[in-house]
Design a protein around this ligand. Structure first.
Ligand code: PLZ
Length: 446
């Protein structure tokens, strides 16, 4: 594992809190925002950002936060990575847009080649690029429908797939994503997945249950696809029991149902492999990718078996900005950085250091029901001690304690009782240890 430069001349990689959180400048900015931005657009922590490098985010009041959010799993290789910044800068001086479906360019093709190379399976694949995770999911469903001639979509409890009309319908939580904004889309069927901490089922048992539900709710003859996050993100970093995903896929294959892995959050060097599917021996028919693939530039895509992807008529897929050349240039640099610096190994290092530290905290504090996740996608599920009952107020308190002490933390989970950690895979051991000591104090203060 090569060491990578983690220092920036301007941003010291250290936690530093110099005002109340949010500070006075952020508070003033937040008042300004409220005049023009609706409350529907949330704000997890209204500190306004001035700059960021590596694992440190600096707000306009001069506070330095250790970043465990990475913009919801996006800046996986660290903020303002120098190679990504240089690639973006070069590209904006060359051209910024032509629309790939009008006059194409190499950068799109190169990203497609890299995704073909680094996603599971050696079969012929195709890639289409879009702007957001939700758009990738929408396209994957359209492609599965065209290929199978069927319309039903199978989704899992605790899933999250986006905020468009179709994807908000596919989310487990109606509130707040779809509340009052229906009608939601038709043809979506939901079944329980695998949640070992709560259901105690083996992977095969959980898969049999999922299949039973889909057979009753819709039937294979009307089901175009099943979509699953290999590790559920918003749902609480739920790692399915071994064998769950592959057993489910076997049923799909036997029944002409397309198996889609939504790797928008779990993908791209995040979990210690390029894509989380690899941990489970899963070779999905289609995969959605976004977030970490372009180092903070908006880019997403569908990668999938050529025989499925090729079924859509010429001109049936696209969009004005999909595969924007600046985003593609950033993505090529991300792939290069991951390979050059062995960043999947760095994600494993983060798992050992942070995951190990969290397990020690779990021994000390019974409010931690479970530590789980892979690589730099880790979480603790907080419970009423001695039970498995969700404890969302402990999560809220820990996030507030973290913020006041210079940690950016996010919640997850259908009951908001999971504290998730999505650090850059380049986060130093020193920063991890410092954050663990803050968490220790936070847990003690509950
Ligand atoms: N699929 C698995 O995690 C996005 C949601 C942020 P977009 N998750 C973060 C929010 O509150 O809006 C996500 C995901 C999985 C799809 C998506 C959607 O990706 O790029 O946000 O559209």
């Amino acid at each position: 594992m090569s060491t990578i430069s983690l220092s920036s001349p301007s941003i010291v990689q250290e936690r530093k809190v110099v005002t109340a959180i949010p500070g006075p400048k952020s508070q003033a900015m937040h008042e300004r925002r409220k005049q023009v931005v609706p409350p529907g657009v949330g704000a997890a922590l209204p500190v306004y950002i001035d700059s960021a490098f590596g694992s440190i985010v600096v707000d306009i009041d001069g506070n330095h936060f250790i970043d465990f959010a990475t913009g919801i799993g996006v800046t996986t290789i660290g903020h303002t990575n120098s190679a990504v910044a240089a690639a973006v800068s070069d590209q904006v001086h060359s051209f910024t847009h032509t629309c790939f479906t009008v006059t194409p360019y190499e950068e799109y093709v190169r990203v497609a080649e890299l995704l073909v190379e680094h996603t599971p399976g050696k079969h012929a694949k195709r890639v289409m690029l879009v702007n957001s995770g939700a758009e990738a999911v929408e396209n994957a469903v359209k492609i599965a429908r065209k290929h199978t001639g069927k319309s039903g979509i199978g989704v899992l409890d605790h899933a999250y797939h986006g905020r468009t009309n179709l994807t908000m319908t596919m989310n487990f939580k109606n509130a707040p994503y779809a509340t009052g904004m229906g009608p939601t889309a038709g043809g979506v069927f939901r079944a329980p997945g695998s949640y070992p901490f709560h259901d105690g089922l083996s992977g095969v048992e959980a898969a049999e249950r999922t299949i039973w539900y889909f057979e009753k709710l819709v039937g294979a003859q009307d089901l175009a696809c099943i979509i699953a996050e290999p590790i559920q993100g918003e749902g609480g970093f739920i790692v399915p029991a071994d064998g769950y995903l592959t057993h489910l896929q076997e049923w799909c294959t036997a029944n002409n149902v397309v198996f889609i892995a939504d790797e928008v959050q779990s993908g791209m060097a995040r979990t210690g492999t390029y894509f989380a599917s690899e941990h489970f021996g899963l070779v999905p028919d289609l995969m959605t990718v976004a977030k970490g693939i372009a180092g903070g530039m908006p880019l997403a895509g569908v990668v999938g078996r050529a025989d499925i992807m090729d079924d859509v008529l010429p001109g049936g897929l696209g969009g004005t900005f999909g595969g924007n050349p600046v985003s593609c240039a950033a993505s090529i640099a991300v792939f290069d950085e991951v390979a050059t610096h062995d960043l999947t190994a760095h994600a494993q290092r983060v798992e050992a250091r942070l995951g190990g530290g969290l397990k020690k905290l779990a021994e000390k504090y019974p409010v931690i029901g479970e530590v789980r996740g892979k690589g730099a996608m880790l979480a603790i599920e907080l419970v009423e001690p001695g039970t498995k009952k969700p404890n969302p107020s402990a999560v809220t308190a820990l996030i507030a304690f973290g913020a006041a002490h210079g940690l950016l933390l996010l919640s997850a989970g259908s009951s908001y009782n999971v504290l998730r950690f999505l650090p850059a895979v380049t986060m130093s051991d020193d920063l991890i240890d410092d954050a663990l000591s803050v968490l220790d104090q936070g847990l003690a203060s509950l």
